[in-house]
Design a protein around this ligand. Sequence first.
Ligand SMILES: Cc1ncc(COP(=O)(O)O)c(C=O)c1O
Length: 433
Amino acid sequence: MDLVARDLAAVWHPFTQHALWPADDPLVIDRAAGVHLYDADGKRYLDGVSSLWVTVHGHGTPEINAAIGAQLERLDHSTFLGLTHEPGIALAEELLRVAPEELSKVFFAGDGSSAAEAAIKMAYQAAAQRGEQRPLYVHCAEGYHGDTLGAVSLGGVELFHATYRPLLIETRMVSSPGVLEPGQTRAERAAAVLDEMRALVAHEGSRVCAVVVEPLVQAAGGMLTHDPAFLRGVRELCDSSGAAMVVDEVATGIGATGRWFAVEHAGVSPDLMVVGKRVTGGVLPLSAVLARDWVYDAFLGDAPSNRTFFHGHTYTANPVCCAASLANLALMHERGTVARAAQIGERLGAALRPLEGYDGVAEIRRMGTMTGIEVRPVGARTGFQVCRAARRRGVIIRPLGDVVVLMPPLGMTDAEVDELASVVDESVREVVA
Ligand SMILES: Cc1ncc(COP(=O)(O)O)c(C=O)c1O
């Protein structure tokens, strides 16, 4: 039996409608090198979404592979519950070095969702242990923080989240800062959503333990970008109401926006910051919550006080994942990868500018390397068709509904960025122009 037949017989894929998948020509990826993926027939594809927004330098980075190999030889795994190890300690130090300086402690998790979940519980428990009952969360429409139930509670993408509403924790959702009314500027939108949030907090502020936002780009919501003033307003609102500002940098963090973290564009420092995806360079799963002292301190007490954060996973801070991350971050410093990401973004933006004139393109949104091309007609699998046309031309990209998403690896050369842009241009023209 060939691999596709075996897949169809045995596998259930994430975010995949299996009634359609067999007819959608499933592609078997066999190997990868640099910014390319190779299918089982040896055909080469440019990895235009960095394997779901994670690949940093490229696939098969020798320095990361060597660090993984060395760590496997020394210590493959040991629990982080009540024990510690050097790669975990060093990675915590390194993450704090690149993060906003007010963040002072690192709690490790596995995927973005599990780190978001930890942050959600931390905010509630910290408030409770400071003597405040704050069971309510504030979040934004079109937000996405992962697929565990806490993260879904703070999600705002109807398609993904509506089904689970009866199961979810109590929240209040404000409008998306990135979805503009006709004629509205991004600055006006930010101000309007902040007004909404202020009215909500005036009413329920003492019950709100956290305001949870994706900084500058609501990625899974369709690469919806917003004005940095929004984040500054959220910071002020959290300061005045005593809620924690939780910023989810899973998609934006570790360089994608052309800064280490998106909050830097706004000059804002959160109380809790969630990171994931690119941390290991795109090789192994690892995520983390970075916390300010006041959150961490709320968990200190003697054993009978029960102030412990009773939360963690079997593979929390797996040393091999930590070693991969350390190698990735060291290379990012050495190669100036964050500044390079900003250049890649500018180059991609310039190369895609002609698409803005096509009838079938409603809008192009970009923040650093994170790019969304909204195509129409909507609801006709137009985004999917553009990605399929790109695949025929040797480029892998993935749509979010009718938004064609580009998220190049941060190690792409100029020539590869140009190739990505020109294939996307041709593919959009083939389908919609
Ligand atoms: C902002 C944000 N938060 C959380 C997640 C969930 O991360 P994971 O898929 O690793 O669980 C994602 C995934 O795309 C994300 O974009």
